[in-house]
Design a protein around this ligand. Sequence first.
Ligand code: ARG
Length: 267
Amino acid sequence: MRTRILKTFATAALMTLTLAACATGQDKVELANGVKLIEEGELAVCTHLPYEPFEYKQGGEIVGFDVDLMDLVADELGLKQRTFNTPFEGIETGQSMNTSKCDIAAAGMTITDERAEVMDFSDPYFDATQALLVNKGSGLNSLESLAGKTLGVQIGTTGQQYAEANVPDDVEVKVFEDLALLVSAVKSGSIPAVINDNSVLYDYVDKNPGTEVSVEFDTGESYGFAVAMGDNDALLETVNEILAQARDDGTYDDLYQKYFPSANSSS
Ligand code: ARG
């Protein structure tokens, strides 16, 4: 009887230990260069779809500017990229990386001071600014022009933050779960204007000529890839080296041309 209780106790203690190891990421695989991975042989990447052209589905496959950059990193480390689609709130709060759901986040995510307190960012790899998407000819070209109207934002984003901090009191802010729902609400006329990052909106306008970007707000943002707080400097170093190399050898420009064909030069 006594041994049985002890055994049960020991098993329970062991289970708790295992769980704790998972939660803190201590059971990660460590490569010779110090890079830590959740799963051997793969680079687990968290993203939030769709955010075209950074990450989106094409013929059942997840593709995009971020995905191609992460492939360069995975190749360098001899890994296969595995992409997880997960809500943006989990990514931008650091939760997805800090609970070992993925090794790195690649989600067109803006580097902010608040986020840098809960995750570690790579060097900046893309510039962005907030912008307003409307239907052509609407005449809506400022936050003030939206008086008495509704402005759509994407949940957890810097666009939501900017809108909430800057819209006049009589503008209603409506929150959408993802970019596709946001932009199609403008096209269908169910909402007069939405705010999001300029590059994704210009991409949408190219494919939906009835819409236009009527103003940019000059928020001066930069995107970074992000890993768990204090836990994977070696992976960040590899990412930064690959980014620098891609800029030097023309790969970055090639990807830029591939995903932003109507922009003239890379940022
Ligand atoms: N750049 C904005 C931000 O960081 C929006 C990013 C949204 N990305 C996505 N994959 N849904 O808040």
